[in-house]
Structures are given as C-alpha cells and as structure tokens.
Design a protein around this ligand. Structure first.
Ligand code: ADP
Length: 213
C-alpha cells in the first residue's frame, strides 16, 4: 500500500520550503514533485491573487488607489515595487493585505491536493513569520550570495543593482539557517546532479517521518 501521509484524523506532513532568490527553490520543488510531493507555490498564488479578476484586486484598489491597477485589471507590479521600496509603511500595508489571502489560498489548495506529503514553497517564509505554525518542517535551500546573484542575472537579465536591492530586502543566509529544521545545500560548487542527490536524500528523510499506513 502506498503511504500517502494521510491517516484518519491527521493531516499530511507539511514542509515549508524557502531560500533566497536564486537559491534553487524551484529546482528543489520540481525534484520533490517528481517524487510525488504536492507542491503549493505561494509565488504562483500571489500572482493569481493580483492578476485581472484576482481576489486581491479590489482590496488593493481600495487601499492604494486606482493607479496601482493597470489597464488590464492586474496589479501594476513595477509601480507597486517602486512604492514599497520607497515607503516601508506601504510595504507593511501591502503585506497585511496580501499575506492573509496567500495563507487562505494555500490552505484551500492544500485541502484539495493529494501527495505523499505537502511542500509549501514560500520565498519569504522567514520574513513573514506566520508560517512556523502552519508547517511541520522548515527546509532551507542554502546558497552563498555571490552564486544567487550570478544565477538570477543569468535567469532574468535583471541589473545587479536591482538584484542586490531584492536580496537586501530578504532575510540573510544566517537568519534563514537559524530557523531551518532541514537544509539542502545548493551553493556555487553544487552540480545539478548533486542537488538531485541531496534532494532525494531529504525526501527519504521526510518519508521516514510519515505516519505508518
Ligand atoms: P529560486 O526558485 O530559489 O529563485 P531557481 O530554482 O529558479 O531559484 O534557480 C535559479 C536559477 O539557477 C535557475 O535558472 C536554475 O536552473 C539555476 N540553478 C539552480 N541550482 C543550480 C545548480 N546547482 N547548478 C546550476 N544551475 C542551477
């Protein structure tokens, strides 16, 4: 019998997967999905919430005014990014509006999804502070900053100054490691094959934690 991680009256094992921009969260999540984990991607949820017709659009319009909603009906991301970089209070207001909606949607998805266990991919898990009680394990994809910078530059072509701004607004490597239950190292010396091996080893360790069928 396949151990689905579900027993009557209990919920499946929940892992919160985090790491800085370019650390390799998506790469790890893809590898875990191939092993049968249900992936709940809070970045994708945030995008859907702020897309045309998304649940956050009307609250955003009320809180920030119509100029933050583009002609297509989506949140104007570039404009919002500039606002929150310049104004910490606006950043707090945006987070107070969007984080509960992300949490709610993540729970809704989790209730609908099967999987050996569940992985919530949360880029700002350490920063937002509300995830500790939602997950059983916090897993950090760990990477040095120089490699993060290189990977993001290669992937997105963003200017180094913009990447540095994003990284400075995120928790530090040490802050993430301080709250990690599990760590998958994906630094500059890590090959894709090594990342796959380390992820599989972590997957097996989580399987050991599942309730017996
Ligand atoms: P995140 O989701 O944390 O921002 P990604 O998983 O998208 O990071 O990884 C960032 C970029 O670096 C992607 O283009 C990915 O393919 C690449 N990458 C990640 N890990 C490695 C690695 N060990 N070796 C080479 N490229 C990698």
């Amino acid at each position: 019998m396949v151990n689905t991680g579900y027993t009557s009256g209990s919920r499946p094992l929940r892992v919160g997967l985090t790491g800085g921009i370019g650390s390799g969260k998506t790469a790890v999540a893809d590898l875990l999905a191939a092993q049968g984990a249900a992936i709940i991607d809070t970045d994708a949820i945030a995008h859907a919430l702020t897309a045309p017709g998304g649940l956050a659009i009307e609250p955003l319009r009320r809180a920030f005014g119509p100029s933050m909603i583009g002609a297509d009906g989506a949140m104007d991301r570039a404009r919002m990014r500039e606002l929150v970089f310049a104004d910490p209070q606006a950043k707090s207001r945006l987070e107070a509006l969007i984080h509960p909606l992300i949490g709610q949607e993540a729970e809704r998805e989790a209730a609908e999804r099967q999987g050996v266990y569940q992985v919530f991919v949360v880029p700002l898990l350490v920063e937002s502070g509300r995830w500790r009680e939602r997950v059983d394990r916090i897993c950090v994809v760990d990477c040095d900053e120089a490699t993060q910078m290189q990977r993001v530059q290669r992937r997105s072509g963003l200017a180094p100054e913009m990447i540095a701004r994003i990284m400075n607004a995120q928790a530090t490597r040490a802050e993430r490691l301080a709250v990690a239950d599990d760590v998958i190292l994906n630094d500059g010396g890590t090959t894709p094959a090594q990342l796959a091996d380390r992820t599989l080893a972590q997957h097996r360790a989580w399987l050991q934690r599942l309730p017996s069928p």
